[in-house]
Structures are given as structure tokens and as C-alpha cells.
Design a protein around this ligand. Structure first.
Ligand SMILES: [Zn+2]
Length: 98
């Protein structure tokens, strides 16, 4: 998972990759899979450098921003899954009403 600042850099790289894949496919007639294999993936490389984990496609970076999953549950330590969650989907721990 990435901070908002790290995520912005990775997403910028991903948009460049997606544009390059689309241009490559238009130019060569390659399939999506062929185009993704033929081109570099700077967003995946940046993510790997930051986290040590590899992403499968350029689109995966849109799901790795930590703030999208809410705060950690004080009971089990898992993310609440959304910033607006009222209870933990993992253990059922509820948040106090505001
Ligand atoms: Zn929990």
C-alpha cells in the first residue's frame, strides 16, 4: 500500500503506460496481452521499488492507495476497507457514533 504522495507518482506512470499500450496496439495490431508484454512498466517498477511487491498490470496501481481502505481496526488491526466504514468487516468491531 502507498501513501497518497507515492500513489500519485505511480498513477502518473501508469497513465503513461496505458497511453503507450494503446498507441502500440493501434500501430501494430497487437493484443492487449502482447502489448503489455512488449512495453516497459515504469509504474510497476516504481511500486516494486517502494514496496518490494510486483503488480501484474498497469491497472493494479489504482487499487493500492492506503487511504482508500480506511483506518486500521483497533481490535484486529485490519483495515476497515473504506474510509466511511462503521464496523470492521474482518472481526465486526464497531466504531463509536460521531
Ligand atoms: Zn477488526
Amino acid at each position: 500500500m502507498l501513501s497518497d504522495e507515492e500513489h500519485a507518482d505511480v498513477v502518473r506512470d501508469a497513465h503513461e503506460t496505458i497511453d503507450a499500450v494503446m498507441a502500440y496496439r493501434a500501430k501494430t495490431g497487437a493484443s492487449l496481452d502482447e502489448a503489455q508484454k512488449a512495453l516497459p512498466h515504469p509504474s510497476a517498477d516504481r511500486y516494486h521499488k517502494l514496496t518490494g511487491f510486483k503488480l501484474w498490470t498497469a491497472y493494479d496501481v489504482f487499487y493500492v492507495r492506503r487511504s482508500d481502505y480506511g483506518r486500521d481496526c483497533p481490535d484486529c488491526g485490519k483495515p476497515y476497507r473504506t474510509p466511511k466504514a462503521k464496523f470492521c468487516a474482518e472481526c465486526g468491531h464497531g466504531l463509536p457514533a460521531k
